[in-house]
Design a protein around this ligand. Structure first.
Ligand code: ARG
Length: 582
């Protein structure tokens, strides 16, 4: 289905071709929403080079050729050559009706769908997820949902740190615990890791055993592999618990961790050496992608085989990018990884290009993000003062959200409004906690650090997740009241300015989803959601719905219903639940 902008853009294209000939086919008429009109076009200015006309002359010619009598009340020139379009209510009403009857709510399918690999979450085994992993997990998950929604084939990849030298000490510690081990002893993974690390650092005999164990592991010793697998499975269980709680769409089968690529590493080194891309340097084998210089101006290597013959993070990432491009068939790969890994990733892309694996149209992009800070501006800490695990954080969020939800419910009850039932408080509090955390993260500038503040993110007014959930619940409550009175949504007509504003805001939903898919900036969805909720508020204050005359009531109910659906879908694309009653 075509949106208002699409339809207007077609008419503009026709007019441009009529005036300036076929060279102007496909030219962007630069249509934007405007404060002075419904839409504004900058074409006369932006296409100045191609039209050769001074913008005001171009504007006059375009207006004369523009066939929009069925869509616009009037089109006028303003300023240095802008075109202001005032739309007809009937045109807006028709496109809104089409959107309302469309299961996709006006989100067009991408014209060239791609296979997109999204590498996200990717925690390290035997260490619990901590607040720092939160961002990769929730940003990656939202982007995966959005990219899928516009019609791409999305392959989620959990690049787990599940292989390597730390497993020597972890396995030895595990064996030391012997009979006491039970499933729960490694349940507290942070503690388990800390204890192993402490022994490794202080007991030389233990360290020696750990080193031998690494050799056994790498040599494929059966018993060692069994121990390794138990540790990995235990970790995966703890990750799964967090994913479930957070509503993350990453499945167990999406895991392709470092161990998955282990059998391929030797081949990667051989291929790069055979292709003349890898060279020996100080006993190690390295690739030197051009353009990366260290402090003294010396080239920075990607070490693909260490002096001791072992392989590391870089070799694994090279194997992974080759797999994603050549076997999974990705044309777009997103690495949702913290900002400090920017150089590593750029070097990987460069090496993959040199090896001939990564070539247009395929591309790899780093979706970088900053750190989560506590209100003291330092790394986030728990109440007890140690670095906080994600599970603790989520539990605290639910506890705090419960207080918010309870207060809101009693407020509503005393105002005679329907309020969430006692039995549903817990599940609403859960939804509110997750939405507070996710939304606060998304609405900030992705690459910057942000301060984690419960009071700010849980506020029920302002640009927060809970505010938007309450806005959605309000639309549902209106629809329930209407239903109880036997009123149904009907034909949309647009007369009041607030109706027009709401319909136009609803109509831009599809474009916003595509904008997020292209820019990989979830905050654009947040801005949209907040604007839509505010526009709905103005509409609700200015336009009676339940008390309106039947035809007007039916039309306004249709707008309320579409608002409910768009709010729910937009939140859903961010991985945020929209309870119908709160
Ligand atoms: N496990 C890594 C870490 O915690 C993140 C992996 C990111 N993905 C990648 N392909 N390197 O830092």
């Amino acid at each position: 289905m075509a949106s208002i902008v699409d339809i207007l853009a077609q008419r503009f294209e026709r007019a441009l071709v009529t005036v300036y000939g076929p060279e102007l086919k496909g030219a962007d008429p630069m249509l934007r929403r405007s404060d002075h009109a419904d839409f504004q076009s900058n074409a006369p200015l932006s296409l100045k080079k191609r039209t050769g006309d001074n913008p005001r002359d171009a504007a006059a010619k375009i207006i004369a050729a523009l066939d929009v009598a069925d869509l616009c009340e009037r089109v006028e020139m303003s300023g240095p050559g802008f075109l202001n379009l005032h739309l007809k209510g009937s045109f807006i009403a028709e496109t809104t009706a089409v959107q309302a009857s469309d299961e996709r709510l006006g989100i067009a399918l991408a014209s060239t769908p791609e296979t997109v690999v999204v590498d996200y979450s990717s925690p390290n085994i035997a260490k619990e997820l901590h607040a720092g992993h939160l961002r990769s997990t929730i940003i990656g998950d939202a982007l995966a949902r959005v990219l899928e929604q516009v019609g791409n084939k999305v392959i989620r990849q959990n690049h787990l740190g599940d292989w390597g030298t730390p497993f020597g000490m972890l396995i030895e510690h595990y064996l030391d615990l012997g009979e006491q081990v039970g499933d729960t002893a490694i349940g507290d993974l942070n503690e388990f890791y800390r204890a192993a690390r402490a022994k490794f650092d202080t007991a030389p005999a233990f360290a020696e055993r750990a080193r031998k164990r690494v050799v056994l592991l790498q040599g494929g010793d059966e018993a060692t592999l069994q121990f390794w697998k138990r540790l990995v499975d235990e970790s995966k269980r703890s990750f799964r618990a967090v994913y479930d709680k957070l509503g993350i769409t990453m499945k167990d089968s999406d895991a392709a961790g470092e161990s998955f690529f282990n059998p391929r590493l030797e081949g990667i080194v051989k291929e790069l050496t055979d292709k003349g891309l890898a060279v020996e340097s100080e006993g190690a084998i390295c690739v030197f992608p051009p353009g990366f210089k260290g402090k003294e101006g010396n080239p920075v290597p990607l070490i693909i085989r260490k002096q001791d013959g072992g392989y590391g993070y870089a070799t694994t990432d090279l194997a992974a990018i080759k797999y994603r491009l050549l076997e999974l068939g990705a044309t777009r790969i997103l690495y949702v990884v913290g900002a400090p890994q920017a150089q590593h990733l750029t070097m990987i892309y460069k090496a993959a290009e040199m090896a001939g694996w990564l070539k247009p149209p395929a591309r790899a992009q780093h979706v970088a993000f900053g750190s989560v800070l506590g209100e003291d501006g330092k790394m986030l800490k728990s109440r007890a003062g140690d670095s906080v695990t994600l599970m603790e954080l989520l539990d605290e969020g639910e506890e705090r959200a419960l207080a918010v939800v309870r207060e809101k419910a009693s407020e509503r009850a005393s105002a005679g409004e329907e309020a969430v039932a006692e039995g549903d408080l817990q599940s609403v509090a859960h939804a509110v906690a997750i939405s507070a955390i996710k939304y606060a993260d998304f609405s900030a500038d992705r690459v910057k650090d942000y301060v984690f503040s419960w009071s700010r993110m849980l506020a029920t007014i302002g640009n927060t997740g809970p505010y938007l959930q309450y806005a959605h619940a309000r639309t549902r409550s209106i629809l329930r009241k209407a239903e109880a009175a036997g009123y149904t949504p009907g034909t949309i007509t647009i007369t009041a300015p607030e109706e027009k504003a709401l319909a136009l805001a609803l109509g831009s939903f599809g474009a916003v989803v595509h904008d997020v898919a292209a820019s990989l900036e979830p905050h654009r969805m947040c801005t949209y959601l907040y604007e839509l909720a505010s526009t709905f508020s103005s509409f609700w204050n200015a336009c009676p719905v339940l008390k309106a005359e039947p035809a007007e009531r039916a039309s306004r109910l249709a707008l309320v219903e579409l608002t409910a659906k768009v709010l729910e879908r937009a939140l859903g694309l961010l991985g945020i639940e929209a309870p119908a009653r709160m």
